[in-house]
Design a protein around this ligand. Structure first.
Ligand SMILES: O=c1ccn([C@@H]2O[C@H](COP(=O)(O)OP(=O)(O)O[C@H]3O[C@H](CO)[C@@H](O)[C@H](O)[C@H]3O)[C@@H](O)[C@H]2O)c(=O)[nH]1
Length: 330
């Protein structure tokens, strides 16, 4: 009896795999290693290298393993990339998801937890964003995830495939012991870039936009620690195993930090000056994203442990310092 983790070599997938194994769960990881790292995958899992869009490959894994549920992270790429190549992006994200759903149904695997995103809400009118807030994405990344939520809905209606969509806000941090962490190529996320500046790997930070309708003019985001997210996935699996209905949850901290506040917090953590300049806005960026996670707390009993932005950044800093070049494989 195993849990399949797609994208288990990626940032959030590797932390969740690690946590599942810590809890004694048997884990099968599927990853095409396009952006993931083999070295990030807990060695106690069974690893299959391949692409979700490859039906024959996926069928083989389901035939070979006794999968009871799937946690799907794979093909979760970047906002900027999705703006530049939307069709390629939909092919990767949405087509891969359809193949996964169909293969699950064919093998009578009916429990699915998958990554959705704050980006499905776009430029929300009111903060914090709840599960009732209208979903109107402003970029293909958010759109691709919204479509996945709808695919899952119809797979439930027609085939009884029960699912939980977890809409992450901004994920950050690393496992506290620094053994696994965030390593994207190229890196586009704010906190790892800020820490690259702190460690001298980059000369300065560019802050994308200083004229947003926020208190200091820079974007406001809600940061969640990656280990707290990992816990949420495990609770979502428990929720499905207990027989509950399909559901979607927002995962954030109800607190927003502006990009300038992140720089300030990172200066406090690292003691480095972290020079920055205000640059042009990045297309597709909503000005503010803050989540209400009351539903996840109530229904999933999610109790995030990291409630302090400096503590979150400190774990990412431990990882950055111990792995200045990231994982050794890329
Ligand atoms: O060099 C940089 C990098 C980022 N930013 C800004 O920092 C903020 C955060 O950006 P980033 O770390 O790229 O995260 P988001 O674009 O907010 O997107 C993240 O958060 C989304 C939900 O909010 C998730 O869905 C995405 O997967 C995840 O990449 C934004 O205002 C960016 O414009 C900069 O100013 N300079």
């Amino acid at each position: 009896m195993a849990i399949m983790v797609t994208g288990g070599a990626g940032y959030i997938g590797s932390h969740t795999t690690d946590r599942l194994i810590e809890q004694g769960q048997d884990v099968v990881v599927v990853d095409n290693l396009l952006t993931g790292h083999r070295a990030a995958v807990n060695a106690k899992s069974r690893f299959y290298e391949g692409d979700l869009r490859d039906r024959a490959f996926l069928n083989r894994v389901f035939d070979q393993e006794e999968i009871t549920g799937v946690v799907h992270f794979a093909a979760n790429s970047l906002v900027a990339e999705s703006m530049a190549q939307p069709l390629k992006y939909f092919d990767n994200n949405d087509y891969g998801f359809i193949v996964l759903l169909e293969t699950m149904i064919a093998h009578d695997v009916k429990q699915l937890v998958f990554s959705s995103t704050a980006a499905t809400f776009g430029e929300a009118k009111e903060m914090p964003i709840t599960e009732e807030t209208p979903q109107i994405p402003t970029n293909p990344y958010g759109e691709s995830k919204l479509v996945m939520e709808k695919f899952a809905h119809w797979a439930d209606v027609a085939n009884g495939l029960r699912w939980v969509a977890l809409r992450y806000f901004n994920v950050a941090g690393a496992k506290a012991d620094g053994s696994i962490g965030e390593d994207h190529h190229p890196e586009t996320h704010l906190i790892p870039i800020v820490l690259q500046v702190a460690s001298g790997k980059r000369a300065k930070l560019q802050i994308f936009g200083g004229d947003y309708p926020t208190p200091d003019g820079t974007n406001v985001r809600d940061y969640v620690h990656v280990m707290d997210l990992a816990d949420a996935h495990i609770l979502a699996l428990d929720y499905l195993q207990a027989g509950h209905e399909s559901n979607a949850f927002n995962l954030g901290s109800a607190t927003g930090f502006s990009n300038l506040e992140i720089v300030k917090a990172a200066r406090a953590v690292t003691g480095a000056p972290i020079p920055y300049e205000i640059a042009a806005r990045r297309p597709g960026d909503p000005s503010t994203l803050i989540a209400s996670s009351e539903k996840a707390r109530k229904v999933l009993h999610w109790a995030p442990k990291y409630d302090d932005i400096e503590k979150i950044i400190a774990t990412a800093w431990t990882w950055t310092q111990s792995h200045p070049e990231g994982y050794a494989d890329k």
